[in-house]
Design a binder for this molecule. Sequence first.
Ligand code: NI
Length: 256
Amino acid sequence: MFIDTHTHLFLEHFSEDIDEVMSRAIDRDIQRFYLPNIDRSTFDEMMALAGNYPGKALPLIGLHPCSVKEDFEEELSFVDKKARGGGFFGIGETGIDLYWDKTFFEQQRESFARQIELAKELALPIIIHCRESFDEIFEIVDRLNDERLSGIFHCFTGDLSQANRIIDYGRFKLGMGGVLTFKNSGLDKTIVDVPLQHLVLETDSPYLAPVPYRGKRNESSYLIEVAKKLGEIKGVSIEEVAEITTDNANEVFNFG
Ligand code: NI
């Protein structure tokens, strides 16, 4: 079985055909779907999907860095209140994004640090979005990391020294998605040197569809393309990729 550790199947992109999307993924033995929330506006849809697929579609609560705006204090109190109410499998999606918009950089840093503190307090894993922001992310994690902090650097696209720095934190995995299949991403050359035990699979649906679906709407069934590519890079069977990445995901999410 496979686990999609990061998929936004509750977004409007799937409102017409979510049950078909779920069936296609389950048919390909993707058995669990971790759903990082974006912000207050996506929360109800996420909970509805989780309610329709209990034990399979598993909600996380957090504030996405691209949703950090003027009202981020209200967004963060929403996250805090929901997280303390229980029923969530992690804190996320959080982190820092300097690719799309740097206007709220200071607020993004503040939001990220506060979600780390919340994750530590509640002993939940954290899902980190790190787009063009490794230095800023590392600065904050260096300061706040302790034995209560664990999680995933989602959509990892860094170099080997960045991979090793994450591994050295001790309780973090690197999320592998569609970018791994992109020609010229160079990520394959980095991942050759990163042991499988540090990697988990993800799609980030509806974004970043793997080859041969690149540019289309991504969905969780396409996780298989990422798994295949990872098997090629590491010289192991897809069954071995499934087994090890599932163990890794279970470790991060304290499953079973
Ligand atoms: Ni995401």
